[in-house]
Design a protein around this ligand. Structure first.
Ligand code: NAD
Length: 305
């Protein structure tokens, strides 16, 4: 099988000065893409800025014979990042929304500043970059977006209410962009990666970190971002340490009650087991047909209390 290449394509990677973003940027450049290496260069808590983070990666790419330019804007100014791609390379084909920070703190001690900054970087940042790229994608009827969620967003994690909420927002954002983009061949997916980086170096032991190279998240991202992907969109993937899996929503078959005066808390409690029974699950990609259910419910007899 020939290697997946990105010749002639322009790839924007946010937060590409280190960790996963650096691995993506170097990979895409090594496979023929022109890459915008965006990084604000601040601390993992979102303090300060420094042009060096992006510059180092651009220099490494160029030294290896690749094409790259640096951009030092915060993702909150995503329009400037996309403008860098257009000015330097005349187009944009792939957007990797990867930049991120942490403000871990128990909910009891959470300050508005910790909450707001996490949302600004992860949610607003991803929105601003995608929003600025969107008209180009639509016009050329081609675009690939990879957003970045987290296990913390999918499952919750102690001390990360801000980060979890922002990271789950990436799922809804992705699923809607996938729906709006379908007509224009704009595919959008979201990953929950696990990799060694400055974000995880304090929470994982060294022997585990050694097995969690950012480079091992890259192959999935490459497959999703490649023109040969013509159908995978709106999907959630876990990826790290050599493992890749797709996640989806699961709905219990559920309980249908008659909608009349017998629809009481007692009636719900009586058949609670049916609500939480996953033995005959559905895997929905949209909300239930409420009108259809309402019609069915009217055919039922009064509910047991
Ligand atoms: P990292 O800290 O090494 O990389 C994040 C990069 O984003 C940094 O270089 C940082 O300077 C940059 N950045 C931060 N704020 C920015 C801003 N406002 N504008 C532009 N750049 C900014 O961390 P990483 O582990 O490589 O994380 C990459 C992404 O993956 C993040 O979105 C993170 O939340 C997510 N993630 C990582 C893991 C993991 O195990 N490493 C797990 C789940 C999710």
């Amino acid at each position: 099988m020939s290697e997946l290449r990105f010749d002639g394509q322009v790839v924007v990677v946010t937060g590409a000065g280190g960790g996963l973003g650096k691995a993506y940027a170097k990979f895409f450049a090594s496979r023929g893409a022109s890459v915008v290496v965006n990084d604000l260069g601040g601390s993992f808590k979102g303090e300060g800025k420094d042009t060096r983070a992006a510059d180092v990666v651009v220099n490494e790419i160029k030294a290896a014979g690749g094409k790259a330019v640096a951009n030092y804007d915060s993702v909150e100014n995503g329009d400037r990042i996309i403008e860098t791609a257009i000015k330097a390379f005349g187009r944009i084909d792939v957007l990797i929304n990867n930049a991120g920070i942490l403000r871990d703190i128990s909910f009891k001690n959470m300050k508005d500043e910790d909450w707001d900054l996490i949302f600004k970087v992860h949610v607003k940042g991803s929105y601003k970059c995608a929003r600025a790229a969107w008209p180009y994608f639509r016009k050329q009827k081609y675009g690939r977006i990879i957003n970045t969620s987290s296990a913390a967003g999918l499952f919750g994690n102690f001390g990360q209410t801000n980060y979890s909420a922002a990271k789950l927002a990436m799922v809804g954002f992705t699923e809607t962009l996938a729906k709006e983009g379908a007509k224009y061949n704009i595919l959008c997916n979201v990953i929950a990666p696990v990799a060694a980086s400055r974000m995880t170096e304090t929470i994982m032991p060294p022997d585990v970190l050694a097995l969690m190279k950012p480079e091992w998240v890259v192959p999935l991202v490459a497959v999703l971002a490649h023109p040969s992907n013509t159908s995978e969109s709106g999907s959630i993937f876990e990826v790290g340490g050599g493992h890749i899996a797709k996640l989806r929503w699961e709905r219990s078959q559920g309980l249908l009650l008659k909608c009349d005066e017998t629809f009481t808390p007692g009636a719900v409690l009586k058949k609670w087991d049916r609500i939480v029974d996953f033995s005959n699950p559905q895997y929905p990609t949209g909300p239930n047909d409420f009108l259809g259910l309402l019609e069915e419910s009217q055919k039922l007899g009064p509910n047991e209390q």
